[in-house]
Design a protein around this ligand. Structure first.
Ligand code: DX5
Ligand code: ZN
Length: 232
């Protein structure tokens, strides 16, 4: 089995910001990535959508491969697909540093996480807003990251759900009770106003797409999110 040497750091007590390229100007993807690197992005979030698990299409492994050749940022790849198992190898070989699958997907979650590990990549599982965090309980041994969706997945630019902090707090309790070093990432509607709500509920990694890339000044927008989260 080919080994990918993941650049994704272990939990380190800091807050990580992961700009989502879903809202970037794709004609200028390199420039857009350079802007967020300059502004202090920690990871790059890449949303993969299959038009079935979510009602939208986005990128494939070729985009991950190009990003890998362009930036040193860890590539945080979020698979919003019904059947993730068959896509693990292509994304691993393209250079993903972390692959997050959905608990609601139709493949065997544990087997798919083991496949991710076999490539030397970090593992993540995501839950949608209506999924009970208890589904994560038996998976904690396999996980480097839990991704809590703070919008219904499928599109950038939605509003942070009022119910999200309750979900984030429940996942934080689960992680703390396990004593395991698992990142708690929150994805959807994050901006300088909502980032503190996610952090207060227990997040230590934040995805932001629209707030950064749809801004007239993406560098400033990212810095404003960082300033709003003083633990950084
Ligand atoms: C939504 C995606 C998100 C999205 C976040 O389905 O998983 O990563 O890009 O975008 P904003 O920050 O615009 O909500
Ligand atoms: Zn995402």
């Amino acid at each position: 089995m080919k080994k990918n040497t993941s650049k994704m750091p272990a939990v380190n007590g800091k807050i990580s910001i992961a700009p989502s390229i879903l809202s970037a100007d794709l004609c200028r993807l390199g420039e857009e990535v350079s802007k967020v690197v300059q502004a202090g992005a920690d990871w790059l979030h890449v949303d993969i959508m299959d038009g079935h698990f979510v009602p939208n299409l986005s990128f494939g492994p070729a985009v991950v491969r190009s990003l890998k050749g362009f930036t040193d940022l860890p590539l945080d790849v979020h698979l919003m697909v019904t059947h993730p198992h068959k896509f693990i190898e292509p994304f691993a070989q393209a250079g993903a540093d972390l692959l997050t699958i959905h608990a609601e997907s139709e493949d065997d979650t544990r087997q798919t996480l083991q496949s991710i590990k076999s490539f030397g990549i970090k593992t993540g599982v995501s839950i949608k807003p209506d999924t009970h965090p208890d589904v994560l309980q038996t998976l904690l041994d396999e996980l480097d990251l839990i991704l809590v969706m703070s919008v219904y997945p499928g599109f950038g630019g939605q509003s942070f759900l009022e119910s999200a902090p309750t979900q984030i707090k429940a996942v934080r309790q689960l992680i703390n009770a396990s004593g395991k070093p698992i990142w708690l990432e929150v994805d959807g509607g994050i901006n300088a106003q909502t980032a503190p709500l996610a952090l207060a509920a227990g997040a230590d990694a934040l995805v932001a797409g629209h707030a950064i890339f749809s801004s007239a000044d993406p560098e400033l927008a990212l810095k404003q999110i960082k300033q709003a989260t003083p633990a950084i």
